[in-house]
Design a protein. Structure first.
Length: 231
């Protein structure tokens, strides 16, 4: 399974934003666009599960630098700055605020797409190679056959497709807190409407399977008010 990468663009020049969006969508990315810094800030304060954020520096109400600071308080997501201010001092300032890269305007679309590809590689979530297996505690999981085997190589459980997808997401994001919104979006998609309780039920299954003491989990941790972390 290849999970579509989600990119957020915050750019007040609509023609530039539309050109970037069109090219990113042609490359297979899912894109959300804001033309106003204040709108982006309100959204980021409530939802955040992007794989890359492209920020213009100069925006109405809330600047890209302020948005960058807000994002860094809650996420290590890659950030690419776009700006007409392309001096060395401007680039250094952007990087100091927490950006990963800086692209001065006007820019070449091919260069922008290359930077996007590089920046999103670090958080790429794909299925393991078919020859790979995942070990969790004393259990081994084969995401090709969906089999869960104990230490004696006996099959003790067959995962459903959704269980396999969710487990894959966790194992590709070890030690990272994943919000419920991100889990629902990446595993169930935007065309299905499960509740957060649905995820809780899956976690209970995983704890019964993989934890020696499900009430005191070592691998599947609940992060109150946010989501889950797999260790």
């Amino acid at each position: 399974m290849l999970i579509m990468k989600k990119i957020c663009i915050v750019e007040d020049e609509k023609n530039i934003a539309e050109a970037i969006q069109l090219n990113l969508e042609m490359e297979g990315y899912e894109v959300k666009v804001f033309h106003h810094g204040g709108q982006a800030k309100s959204y980021f304060e409530g939802h955040f599960y992007f794989d890359l954020v492209i920020l213009d520096v100069m925006l109405p109400e809330v600047s890209g630098l302020e948005l960058c600071q807000l994002i860094r308080k809650k996420s290590t997501v890659p950030i690419l700055f776009l700006s007409a201010k392309g001096t060395t001092a401007d680039r250094v300032a952007g990087l100091k605020f927490g950006a990963n890269d800086y692209l001065p305007k006007p820019f070449d679309l091919e260069e922008m797409l290359l930077k996007v590809s590089i920046l999103t590689q670090s958080s790429m979530v794909t299925s393991p190679n078919k020859s790979e297996r995942i070990s969790i505690g004393e259990m081994t999981v084969d995401l090709t056959t969906f089999e869960v085997k104990n230490k004696d190589a006996q099959v003790v459980y067959l995962l459903s497709k959704k269980e396999a997808d969710l487990l894959e997401l966790f194992t590709q994001n070890v030690n990272r807190v994943i919000s419920r919104d991100e889990i629902l979006d990446k595993v169930w998609g935007t065309d299905q409407f499960p509740t957060s309780r649905t995820i809780d039920n899956y976690i209970l299954v995983f704890r019964r399977l993989f934890e020696s003491d499900p009430r005191n989990p070592e691998h599947f941790h609940s992060i109150r008010g946010v989501g889950y972390k797999f260790t």
